[in-house]
Design a protein around this ligand. Sequence first.
Ligand code: NAD
Length: 265
Amino acid sequence: MVQQSNTPCALVTGAGQGIGRGIALALAGAGYDIVANDIVADPNNKAKGVYEVADRVEELGRRCLPVQGDVSSMDDHRRVIESAVRAFGGIDVLVNNAGVAPKVRMDMLEMTAESYDRLMNINLRGPFFLTQAVANQMIRQAGRSQKPVVVFISSISATVSSTGRAEYCLSKAGVSMAARLFADRLAKHDITVFEIRPGIIATDMTSVVKEKYDKLIHEQGLLPQARWGTPEDIGRAVVALAQGCFAYSTGQVIEVGGGFGIPRL
Ligand code: NAD
């Protein structure tokens, strides 16, 4: 049965850890009920993953629905959306966060078609079609308490070349255009769409290259703001977008990267 509520609902993909977890908790702290999607969702694991996030969300006084689903599967999209609508009556905010790095960093002259397809499916094709389905749900919903917002989490790799993970860069460049396309198409439905471009954020994804980035940040002056970014940094930016602070700026890119993108001499 559909629960009637004035509390807005946010669907966050890849919410079990890292940046997605930071976004889910920041949105819960700002008053959103959360649909916490991840490819892994084990109710017996309350130490890490979406069920841990659900406990934290509930401590913040909001409701949380953990939903297992693979963002690269269209069948899973339908199931995740149906579960969200059944639990909370609709989806007000979609955060396309789930994403993967290549299993092995390989020079682009050696990179395999399998790795290319895997990254494109999870990082680009999945979020594109999930957004298509959620946007249609947002258009169908009426009388919700807030105007719908979609956020794509891309990366500075959308524009910066890393020849050892070309497939990641290509997928994130595609995410950037997906955000722009949906912003254009959905404006007439009063749905705003944004791209957040994280810099170097401390999560499991970057733990394998920690030493390299420690040196770049703390010894070689890579960033004007000389520290690692945190999931909380990204979460705060998403909250500002979700709450309508940038309601007349659809299609904009927000870099959350300690000034990485400032051209410097
Ligand atoms: P992470 O690996 O710590 O977390 C990713 C989460 O997504 C995990 O919980 C994982 O289970 C989930 N996931 C993976 N594949 C999935 C799928 N097919 N369906 C549903 N969930 C899936 O990574 P993170 O660092 O938190 O990255 C989150 C997003 O931010 C990614 O899109 C990543 O590309 C992007 N990003 C990260 C950084 C960084 O420095 N960490 C920088 C720029 C962009």
